[in-house]
Design a protein around this ligand. Structure first.
Ligand SMILES: Nc1nc2c(c(=O)[nH]1)N[C@H]1C(S)=C(S)[C@@H](COP(=O)(O)O)O[C@H]1N2
Ligand SMILES: [Mo]
Length: 439
């Protein structure tokens, strides 16, 4: 019997319920291979591109932008006005009394690649975004040091810098997944308190060496911001010496005010809360300060009612960003299952995806894997046959740590613990193409 070129061949299948090998889709030209035939079905205009006569006059010829000159240059660019639907969703828990307190997640479902545009970076402010004049802002390093130092922003700008592409995740990210019923919102509204930028700045070690830190005595650093919350966290000195960054720039330009302009601490792979924005001082001390943010907040409630402190490393995690919650697949056929993976404990080694709720798993191709604490983009082709599917992704890091299931996560902590949720996300696709969050 002749095989149907529209259908994937047995050797194209990577796992159950339609997951394909990437090579099956990428090899060969349009219409030549079986997978090429699916691609052609996705692009009804492909025939025109291949030289076949167009069925109707091409609309492109009558489009006004082809006949009149376009707009002028601009001094600072904006995205297309047709892209305004891509935005953060603002959450204000105390809107009436404190509208500036809250957070807004990155719309992960609308992103491509691994860099978060600065205008879509997630935000979390405890007392709003201060409007800081860099000429009046200073950074002080003091405590267990030989020479307490105060830096103007102009002085900081003269130090040697390094750049790194790294994620920043709020430890409260995904806590909506502890709701009794799965919330029916977008991927970004649940998991979007993670973003990834190219951060440029001065290694913390450079400034600590200059201040002459008493490395025998000092064990912790209290970092404080100059927003109205004067948020402060204690951070182990060793961590800051190994990769802490005094960040001045984000994606090639000065930090955005929302991200800590003119200077923030950046602590790679650790919960966002310790990356103090609007950084004004770092005090070298022997023991942690036991600030509000490390006693009543940002501790992990355990099943026995005790709370664990200083669990600042972010765990291995991933989420499928497309298809994802609130999307509708228009028809059966070929889709790319894609998403993001990250880990505070090491590089991402692999991400597997399942279309049958975890019964069978397929490998994905990874982009950004070489980055230490970057976001990794994973991709796998999926031929949806119109039947119900349960899409999942599962990340493994280089130390062999594997993302847990939701069931495994919720028994590890108290159900009231708000932090460090990293379980596998399941998106259910129903025959009408609707994608929902399910447990
Ligand atoms: N000074 C100060 N630093 C801060 C905060 C803050 O409110 N004030 N929020 C913290 C929290 S909880 C997180 S998750 C990150 C968020 O950084 P972002 O807004 O750049 O995403 O900043 C941290 N640093
Ligand atoms: Mo946070």
């Amino acid at each position: 019997m002749k095989s149907d070129p529209q259908q994937p061949q047995p050797e194209d299948r990577a796992a159950g319920n339609g997951l394909l090998h990437r090579r099956a889709v990428l090899r060969g030209g349009l219409g030549v291979t079986a997978a090429g035939a699916f691609l052609q079905a996705l692009a009804p205009n492909a025939a025109r591109a291949q030289g076949a006569p167009a069925a109707a006059p091409a609309a492109a010829v009558t489009n006004p932008w082809l006949r009149v000159p376009g707009g002028p240059m601009s001094e600072y660019g904006e995205r297309s006005r047709h892209e305004k639907d891509v935005h953060r969703t603002i959450v204000q828990l105390y809107k009436a009394v404190a509208p500036q307190v809250g957070w807004c997640g990155t719309p992960l479902e609308a992103l491509h690649g691994i860099i978060t545009p600065s205008g879509l970076h997630h935000e979390r402010h405890h007392a709003g975004v201060p409007d800081i004049d860099p000429d009046k802002h200073e950074l002080m390093i003091h405590g267990l040091v030989k020479r307490p130092l105060v830096f103007s922003m102009n002085a900081l700008a003269r130090y040697p810098t390094v750049s790194r592409i790294q994620f920043l995740e709020c430890s409260g990210n995904s806590y909506y997944m502890l709701e009794k019923e799965p919330m029916q919102v977008t991927c970004g509204q649940i998991h979007g308190s993670v973003s990834c930028s190219e951060w440029t700045g001065i290694p913390v070690r450079t400034l600590f060496d200059e201040a002459g830190v008493d490395y025998k005595k000092a064990k912790w650093v209290i970092a404080e911001g100059s927003d109205a919350a004067t948020m402060a966290r204690s951070i182990p000195l060793d961590k800051l010496l190994s990769d802490g960054l005094i960040a001045l720039y984000q994606n090639g330009e000065a930090l955005r005010p929302e991200q800590g302009y003119p200077v923030r601490l950046f602590v790679p792979g650790w919960e966002g809360n310790v990356s103090i924005k609007w950084l004004s001082r770092m005090k070298l001390v022997e023991a942690p300060a036991m600030s509000r943010e490390e006693t009543m907040k940002y501790t992990d409630l355990m099943p026995d009612g005790k709370a664990m402190q200083f669990s600042m490393e972010m765990a291995v995690k991933s989420v499928i960003t497309s298809p994802s919650g609130q999307m509708t697949l228009p028809e059966k056929g070929l889709y790319e299952v894609t998403g993001l993976a990250w880990s505070g404990t090491g590089k991402i080694k692999k991400v597997d995806v399942s279309a049958d709720g975890g019964k069978t798993w397929a490998k994905t191709s990874l982009y950004g894997q070489e980055l230490q604490h970057g976001l990794v983009r994973f991709r796998a082709p999926w031929q949806w046959d119109g039947s119900p599917a349960l899409l999942q992704s599962r990340a493994t890091d280089e130390k062999g740590r594997v993302q847990p299931t939701r069931q495994e996560h919720v028994v590890k902590y108290s159900m009231k613990n708000m932090y460090h949720y990293n379980a596998i996300q399941t998106w259910a696709v129903s025959p009408d193409g609707k994608v929902r969050n399910v447990y």
